[in-house]
Design a protein. Structure first.
Length: 217
C-alpha cells in the first residue's frame, strides 16, 4: 500500500510539473479566475449566470492535461518512464483535480464575500460543477487521444447545442451541462443534477480508462 501510494504521489507530482510548463493551461486558469472576479462584481447575487462561460477554462485545462502529450507523441516517452498505465492515468487525474479545484474555488470564491447575497450551497455547487466538467473533458480526451476533437466537441455542446436544445425540449436536462448547472442555481434540483453529471463523468472516465489500458500508446 505504501509503495502504491508513493507511485501515485510521484506520478501526480510529475504531472503537476508538466502542467506548470504548459502556457495554455496557465492562461486558462488565470483567465477563469479573472473572469470569475468580473462576473462576481457585476452580478453578486450568485454564479448561475456566469457558470456557462466560466466552464470554458476547466474544460480547456482537462483537455490539455492529456492532449499535450499526444500532440507531440511525448506519451510514448512518458510510458517508458511510468509503465504502470493506471498509475499514470491516476496521476494525470490527480494533477488536474488539484489545479482545477484550486482554480474553481478561487474563481467562485468572489461570491462568498461578506455582504453578497449568494447562497453558500450555490457557490459550492458551482465550483463542483466546474471541476466535474473539466474531469469529463479529461476522460473524453483520454478516450479520443486528440486535442481538437474533445475540445471542439465539448465547447460546441455547452455553448451552442445544449442551450439550443434546452429551448426546444425538456429532454435536454439529461445533458451533462444542463443537469450540472442545477448545482449553481438557488432553486435547482441539486441531487438530481449532481447524479446525472457524475454519471456522465464516471461513464466517460471508465471508457477512457479501459481504452487507455488496452490499446497502444
Amino acid at each position: 500500500m505504501t509503495a502504491r501510494r508513493h507511485r501515485l504521489r510521484r506520478a501526480t507530482t510529475a504531472e503537476l510539473i508538466k502542467l506548470r510548463g504548459l502556457p495554455a493551461a496557465l492562461a486558462a486558469m488565470l483567465a477563469t479566475v479573472v473572469a470569475g472576479a468580473l462576473f462576481a462584481a457585476a452580478d453578486p447575487a450568485g454564479p448561475a449566470q456566469a457558470v456557462p462561460f466560466l466552464q470554458i477554462g476547466p474544460i480547456v485545462l482537462g483537455v490539455l492535461v492529456v492532449a499535450a502529450e499526444y500532440s507531440g507523441r511525448q506519451i510514448a516517452t512518458t510510458l517508458i518512464a511510468m509503465p504502470r498505465r493506471l498509475v499514470l492515468l491516476a496521476g494525470k487525474a490527480g494533477a488536474y483535480l488539484i489545479a482545477a479545484t484550486a482554480t474553481s474555488v478561487i474563481t467562485i470564491g468572489g461570491w462568498l464575500v461578506p455582504g453578497r447575497p449568494a447562497g453558500r450551497w450555490t457557490v459550492i455547487g458551482a465550483a463542483a460543477y466546474l471541476v466535474l466538467m473539466g474531469l469529463l473533458a479529461l476522460g473524453l480526451t483520454v478516450l479520443l487521444r486528440s486535442l481538437v476533437l474533445p475540445l471542439a466537441g465539448l465547447l460546441t455542446l455547452v455553448l451552442v447545442v445544449s442551450p439550443l436544445l434546452a429551448g426546444y425540449t425538456e429532454h435536454a436536462r439529461w445533458l451533462p451541462d444542463q443537469a450540472g448547472r442545477a448545482l449553481s442555481q438557488p432553486h435547482g434540483d441539486f441531487t438530481t443534477g449532481a447524479a446525472i453529471l457524475l454519471a456522465w463523468t464516471a461513464s466517460v472516465a471508465a471508457a477512457g480508462t479501459v481504452a487507455f489500458l488496452s490499446r497502444d500508446a
